[in-house]
Ligand binder design. Sequence first.
Ligand code: AMP
Ligand code: MN
Ligand code: MN
Ligand code: MN
Length: 285
Amino acid sequence: MLVRGIDLHLHSTASDGALTPTELVHRAREQGLQAIALTDHDTVDGLAEARRAAENCGIQLINGIELSCVWNGMTLHIVGLQIDPEAEAIRELTRLQQGNRLERAKVIADRLGKQNFGNVWEGVRQMLGPDRVPARPDFARYLVDKGYVDSIQQAFDSYLGAGKLGDVKQFWPSLEAVVKAIVESGGVAVIAHPMRYKQTTAKLRRLILEFKSYGGQAIEVAVANLDSGRIGLLTELCRQYDLYASCGSDFHMPGRPWQEIGRFPPLPAGLKPVWNLWAPQVCQG
Ligand code: AMP
Ligand code: MN
Ligand code: MN
Ligand code: MN
């Protein structure tokens, strides 16, 4: 798969990524990218460091975030691009989300503890230190490190993935709240990895209509690990609902070749690239 010049979905140590914002920017530069968005889960804390690094090595940084929300009983991720991280709406929502994440982590630890996986809360706190709120990948790592499961994938498949006991949804805000916060912060709302929610096409259409009614404008189309049929469906939905198209790897850490910075198919011809909304002169590279 070709490396593309723009990657609009990346994680750092500010959420569940393994690279610091500076290391992430340097890796993007090494991969030959011209522009990236840092989109950490429910926080903008990595953006200032990423901006300093980006200015030093001549790469364009787009301020981003990936917000968790609940819609129709499902956890969804909405990416915000080109947001103002100082805007009141985004500050308020990220404050709320960090509190939500802490409460949720305690519930997850409690539920896993009841499966006889030891003192889960103490275990993950020791692993992460007191400042980081544990996310599901951290619980997965705990289960692997303690020998309760063989792999991160098994931890998700059995205990943490969608519909499993560690998939605690009740703390997330609504789709409406997150889309509106992104729009109020001057950003563009994007449905992240739309094919990962295992929903019917009819439900995806309902999601798109509701998302648009709150001011959402784009969906991710050029993402890794999608067959041409699914990319074709997303392309069709973009055209039908007049959506802008985004692209991104969802990079979290080195050593996962299927999720490397800049590695995903090109945006299908004829779609409106989301960056046309703020930098119409940029080409995909
Ligand atoms: P959270 O934000 O705490 O709900 O955790 C969700 C994160 O877990 C996602 O952003 C991914 O980084 C990670 N994740 C979800 N499913 C899997 C999986 N099957 N294998 C590895 N990581 C996963
Ligand atoms: Mn993640
Ligand atoms: Mn996501
Ligand atoms: Mn992500």
